[in-house]
Design a protein around this ligand. Structure first.
Ligand SMILES: *[C@@H]1O[C@H](CO)[C@@H](O)[C@H](O)[C@H]1NC(C)=O
Ligand SMILES: *[C@@H]1O[C@H](CO)[C@@H](O)[C@H](O)[C@H]1NC(C)=O
Length: 267
């Protein structure tokens, strides 16, 4: 009730603010969507394309929703100081697994020697995480086996590849709970990539680069090389295949073997 009253009082203010911004900057702040002020646009919570700058920038990061595949710690956010409760400010706690939503695996994730050597997310090479990248479609009938890798014909010299799979077509990231039949690398697929390509950044569209049956073995195959970086749960819905500049920035979590990461593509 109090919330409804507060909202009713607040709405005209928000609308006015939105209008003021629109007239001042010639454009409304993207966070305000006119009559829906205060609500999130559908693109942010659905498979729509999230573009900025007239399509120049595509966000390929999932919004952190309270319920996401692979997330075991709920809720992510807790408002511990609230203006509605009389505080002068709003202040939230964030609690999550480091491997929730769009995230990066550091080499120490499944390699004890790398972990002991201190190869945490804070040591990840930003040069690998930022640069030209190929977005490819994996044949829909298969996991990423050696045979599937070979059929993709990824040229030598390509260092960053984002693999879109059947998981995107099945909308798995948009479902509640984890679907273990997602598509990922098999052990021989991971080994084939390591042996036959120059790929150092591997991106995938569901919670793990490794298919469930090869969950450990495919990770281990990648992480024999400390210079391979894995980015998981990318939002690749409705993005055209092809060459982009990718930009991925992990948080500097000292000692962590994983981190939330923001990834964008630039055309
Ligand atoms: C502060 O948090 C309340 C929830 O208690 C929310 O309704 C309000 O919009 C927030 N205010 C700001 C300025 O973010
Ligand atoms: C991929 O492998 C998983 C098990 O790891 C399986 O459930 C799934 O059906 C496979 N997908 C395809 C397209 O072969």
């Amino acid at each position: 009730m109090a919330a409804a009253v507060a909202l009713a009082l607040l709405l005209p203010v928000l609308l006015q603010a939105s209008h003021a911004l629109a007239t001042a900057a010639g454009n409304a702040h993207p966070g305000y969507t006119g009559a829906d002020a205060g609500t999130c646009g559908p693109a942010r919570h659905g498979p729509g394309l999230e573009e900025y700058g007239g399509g120049r920038i595509v966000d390929i990061t999932h919004a952190y929703r309270p319920v996401m595949p692979g997330a075991t710690v709920q809720p992510l956010l807790r408002l511990k100081e609230s203006m509605e409760e009389g505080s002068d400010y709003n202040l939230s706690d964030l609690r999550m697994e480091c491997h929730t939503g769009t995230h990066v695996d550091a080499p120490g994730h499944m390699n004890q020697a790398h972990f002991a050597a201190g190869l945490d997310v804070d040591t990840l090479d930003l040069d690998v995480l930022n640069g030209p990248a190929l977005l490819v479609d994996v044949p829909r009938h298969t996991n990423i086996t050696a045979e599937a890798m070979e059929s993709l014909n990824i040229p030598k010299g390509v260092r960053r590849v984002l693999f879109r799979t059947l998981s995107t077509e099945r909308g798995l990231m948009w479902k509640e709970g984890t679907d273990w039949s997602y598509v990922g690398f098999t052990e021989d697929g991971a080994q084939w990539l390591v042996d036959n390509t120059d790929i150092k950044l591997v991106g995938i569209d569901y919670i793990s680069v490794a298919s469930f049956d090869h969950l450990i073995s495919a990770h281990v195959a990648f992480f024999r090389n400390a210079d391979i970086i894995l980015v998981e749960s990318l939002k690749l819905d409705n993005v055209n295949t092809g060459l982009y500049m990718v930009h991925c920035l992990p948080l500097r979590l000292v000692g962590a073997e994983g981190s939330p990461i923001r990834c964008i593509l630039i055309k």
